[in-house]
Design a protein around this ligand. Structure first.
Ligand code: ZN
Length: 375
């Protein structure tokens, strides 16, 4: 697709080294015609071996939805992977069908080519929230479980500005502590990134969060061949459109840095069933994003209660990541907010029925699903 100068954005890169283990990368977004500055996409990174970015690949992944939603072509004033630009055309082809109000836009760069030397390694970095999906992917690859499809996870990255708010330092520190309890014994480096990507540039988060995760992974493409995103919807319960999915996530790859959407062959209950063999995971999982206990599991929000049910379905009534077990009556007040969440309760019920569990909570889940059909 061509570049329409009339209604377009230009993107510049700036970086600042704050200390040996802290840097800030910013992409400055301007109106192409007037040069007016619209804002900047910021990434503050913490960890060892931080390098300046050698390309605009992260910006291309991070801003494509913004351009589509605002119907503006984007010109990157530097290098973008030619293969990534090709992939983003197909990415837009899918999202243009799923969201007809969003335009397919032209993406171009001053230099379009190969952004890194090709590495023949299996080294990977994964997004790590501490939740079930990310932890399962980490477990599976690190311990070489479930088949031969294993990457070498060298690093993980936790994001401040997605489910943990950019300004929530207490929550971030608590989440980092839990994550380190899992990662440190395995020798996996944990990076931390604080960004305004979600708040300013990805307005439809349920549809945009896969691209958000891939953007952050691209910040670390220099030392890794793969960026792993833990899958949330299993293959038999895929919902389309959904922000992270096996149709478009891989289209956020460049030639040398592949985005791998991982673990969709397993339901949430099946993932938890496998994680119970890893006590650090059971004790440190962090699934909660709406409770009042920053960086920890509140135990009472919908997702906390649902995760307790996942554990019950595999016979664990008090996992270490929650202070209190769930009671059958706690199920009665659960509100199912959307179809994606509903499918997760269907899956829990099926898992319980398969194991012939007939405890009162199973009846409550069955009734919860019946109520939610009636709406
Ligand atoms: Zn909670």
């Amino acid at each position: 697709m061509g570049f329409a100068k009339m209604n377009a954005l230009t993107v510049w890169y700036e970086h600042k080294r704050i200390s040996s283990d802290r840097k800030k990368d910013s992409f400055i977004v301007e109106d192409y015609t007037t040069g007016r500055r619209l804002g900047q996409l910021d990434f503050e990174s913490f960890g060892s071996n931080l390098r300046n970015l050698s390309s605009f690949n992260a910006a291309a992944v991070g801003l494509v939805f913004y351009g589509m939603i605002h119907k503006q072509d984007i010109r990157f004033r530097g290098l973008v992977s030619k293969r990534l630009l090709e992939n983003l055309e197909e990415f837009q082809a899918a999202w243009g069908k799923w969201r007809p109000a969003w335009s397919r836009i032209g993406l171009s760069a001053d230099v379009e080519g190969s952004t890194d030397t090709i590495r023949e390694t299996e080294d990977a970095i994964c997004t790590f929230s501490g939740g079930v999906d990310a932890t399962f992917s980490l477990w599976r690859h690190h311990f070489k479980k479930e088949g031969r499809h294993h990457k070498t996870i060298k690093s993980a990255v936790m994001v401040q500005g997605f489910d943990i708010a950019g300004g929530d330092e207490t929550g971030m520190q608590a989440a980092l502590r839990s994550a380190r309890n899992m990662l440190d014994p395995l020798g996996i480096e944990l990076y931390r990134v604080r960004t305004n990507l979600k708040d300013k540039w990805l307005p439809d988060w349920n549809m945009n969060f896969g691209a958000g995760c891939a953007t952050v992974l691209h910040l670390f493409s220099h030392g890794h061949s793969f960026g792993i995103i833990g899958g949330d919807e299993p293959y038999d319960r895929l919902i389309t459109p959904w922000g992270s999915n096996p149709i478009t996530n891989h289209l956020l790859s460049s030639q040398v840095f592949k985005i791998l959407y991982d673990g969709n062959g397993f339901s949430r209950t099946e993932k938890i069933e496998r994680l119970v063999s890893w006590p650090e995971a059971v004790n440190n999982l962090r699934v909660c994003w709406e409770g009042n206990t920053p960086g920890k599991n509140c135990g009472s929000c919908e997702k906390c209660r649902r995760t307790k049910l996942n554990f019950l379905a595999v016979g664990i009534d008090q996992p270490g990541c929650f202070a209190e077990p769930i009671q059958a009556e706690d199920v009665r007040t659960i509100k199912i907010s959307n179809h994606a969440v509903r499918t997760m309760y269907e899956e829990i019920l099926e898992a319980a029925e398969r194991r012939k569990i007939s405890a009162p909570w199973v009846t409550e889940v069955r009734q919860l699903l019946q109520r939610s059909i009636r709406g």
